[in-house]
Design a protein. Sequence first.
Length: 118
Amino acid sequence: VQLQASGGGLVQAGDSLRLSCAVSGRTFSNYVMGWLRQAPGKEREFVARISWSSGIIRYADSVKGRFAISRDNAKNTVYLQMNSLKPEDTAVYYCAAKSRPTLDYEYWGQGTQVTVSS
């Protein structure tokens, strides 16, 4: 499974960005998809995940109400809509895939940088 993340950039506080993650190599719809991020000097942290049917969605408390994860199984793509961005959202964002919700993520994208200036 190959994951290609894109859509990062430099924005101001309060702006929006939409990240995309294109998946190839296996049946995309079989996988739980997630977004995680890693800020400089910090450990990687969970941001959001979505089940294969989009029926189960989870968010980190820090992004609830501001971020929205979605997926298009026909396009083999998962999205992260990020609104009301804050400087503390600055990080490298990674998309990841796993075949079971209880497993660790098995496949990772290369990461896309999001920088939010105050």
